[in-house]
Design a protein around this ligand. Structure first.
Ligand SMILES: CC(C)(COP(=O)(O)OP(=O)(O)OC[C@H]1O[C@@H](n2cnc3c(N)ncnc32)[C@H](O)[C@@H]1OP(=O)(O)O)[C@@H](O)C(=O)NCCC(=O)NCCSC(=O)CC(=O)O
Length: 435
């Protein structure tokens, strides 16, 4: 063989392997939801509204107006009699200065119970997990919550971990978007765990915006495993269709709509402004305008364009701007972030949804309160507990988060849903929906 021939063969081999490597790198693997688990705290953490009120009153730190205000909000909140309070608040009042250990305890309870149940029911060995993604907005200890999981479950040394904080209630859907980017080009298993730390962030002042937070947020966590391993397809519940994120924080009012800050007396809390409802509406309009072309059938796009055009031609610009496409034409089921009764009401109105569309959001708020980033998974569990999801159905998860952000995740069911043994609604679904 001549030198020229040898060089030719070498170059050809190099070229072919580069092309193969490129194809392999660019190959997009479908990402699937193998399973998920939502935390159901022990029954001794369950709180009636009266008990919630009492836990605040016994601290002897709130003035009369603040206590009356909290009573009013509890009654109007849409929360029921069975939400869960954090261990910090359930301990004797003289122990309230002990914060960090109870925050760790709260985190461990949510994280360990959901991850144990999930690994067990999906039959995934801890060693198979390639990525661990944890999000908790208001508690970011060191070592991180993802390290806490590694330490407890012994994932492999090559596992890549990520711990997010400050991402607000959209962190659950955001983590799905993030993990999908990790899994798309390389088969793997991402464990996502989302939680919130209620106890250590309890607000002890009299500022109404911060008291609203105390009244509506409750304990909850969710863990899920996403995989891009094609062999897992027969076991997977749903396939991810798309994710879509929008950030509206360039606008000052959107940035400050829900924000952690000091009150006038230096007490730290998360203030929920009354403007949040308007901000959520504006952000939602922008968000769905980016989502619509990817999900709506052409017929609905045409119908929408026709309605807008008709209003313009009639000289009614306001009516034109209030038109929204019918998203129920794109999705059979909607898990909308149940951030508060007023948020659900205003979204329902803006999207022109019939009452039943947001039933899972209202019922989840009633049963579990605002559990922050895990809420949409409790809603998914509601659909499953009711056996409503059928193979081929499309599910839309939409969550808002501080910042102000909106994040959508769209799934397609790979099988009919059924109630898992650890479904958090298992003991109460027969009582829902409540009016
Ligand atoms: C707080 C509510 C349950 C109150 O119910 P209603 O609206 O039916 O009651 P209402 O209008 O009569 O209000 C009762 C009293 O509360 C006051 N009030 C209402 N909202 C307030 C707020 N944000 N700050 C301070 N005060 C508030 C009203 O002025 C009124 O006081 P007065 O009687 O003196 O006039 C509701 O407004 C609600 O769900 N709000 C949305 C909560 C929210 O922001 N959720 C998003 C969380 S953030 C999130 O989920 C994302 C994230 O964290 O990342």
């Amino acid at each position: 063989m001549t030198e020229v021939q040898l060089l030719g063969i070498t170059i050809s081999i190099l070229l072919v392997s580069t092309v193969l490597l490129f194809i392999r790198r660019r190959r997009r693997f479908p990402v699937m939801l193998l399973g998920y688990s939502c935390h159901l705290p022990d029954s001794d953490r369950r709180c009636t509204l009266d008990l919630c009120e009492y836990l605040g009153a016994r601290m002897n730190i709130y003035d009369f107006e603040a206590l009356e205000f909290m009573r009013l909000i509890y009654r109007k909140s849409g929360l029921g009699e069975e939400t869960y309070m954090p261990p910090y608040l359930m301990q004797p009042v003289e122990c309230l200065s002990i914060k960090h250990p109870t925050a760790i305890q709260e985190a461990k309870e949510g994280l360990f119970s959901t991850v144990s149940a999930l690994l067990c029911k999906t039959d995934v060995a801890p060693q198979a997990i390639t990525h661990v993604v944890v999000a908790c907005s208001l508690f970011s200890p060191s070592p991180s919550l993802s390290s806490l999981l590694i330490n407890r479950f012994g994932f492999s040394e090559s596992v890549k971990t990520y711990a997010f904080s400050g991402m607000g209630c959209s962190a659950g859907t955001m983590c799905v978007d993030f993990a999908t980017r990790l899994l798309r080009y390389q088969p793997g298993y991402a464990l996502i765990v989302v939680t919130e730390s209620m106890g250590v962030n309890w607000y002890f002042g009299n500022n109404r915006h911060m008291l609203v937070t105390n009244c509506i947020f409750r304990v909850g966590s969710a863990a899920l495993i996403l995989t891009s391993d094609p062999t897992q397809r027969p076991k997977a519940k749903m396939e991810l269709v798309l994710t879509q994120r929008t950030h509206h924080g360039a606008d000052d009012s959107a940035y400050g709509a829900a924000i952690q800050m000091d009150d006038e007396d230096g007490m730290v809390g998360v203030a929920l402004t009354k403007d949040l409802i308007r901000v959520a509406g504006t952000s939602l309009r922008r968000h769905i305008s980016t989502l619509a072309p990817h999900v709506l059938p052409l017929s609905e796009m045409v119908r929408y364009a026709y309605r807008v055009g008709k209003s313009y031609l009639a000289g009614d610009k306001k009516s034109a701007s209030l038109q929204v496409p019918d998203f129920t034409k794109a999705f059979e089921h909607i898990c909308f972030h149940a951030g508060g009764k007023a948020v659900i009401d205003s979204v329902g109105k803006l999207m022109k949804f019939e009452h039943g569309v947001l039933e899972p959001a209202r019922m989840t708020l009633h049963r579990f309160g605002n559990t922050s980033s895990s809420l949409v998974f409790y809603e998914l569990a509601y659909f499953e507990a009711k056996g409503r999801i059928k193979k081929g159905d499309r599910v839309w998860m939409l969550a808002f988060g501080t910042g102000f952000k909106a994040c959508s995740v769209v799934w397609r069911a790979l099988k009919d849903s059924s109630m898992d043994p650890d479904n958090p609604w298992i003991n109460c679904i027969h009582r829902y929906p409540v009016s």
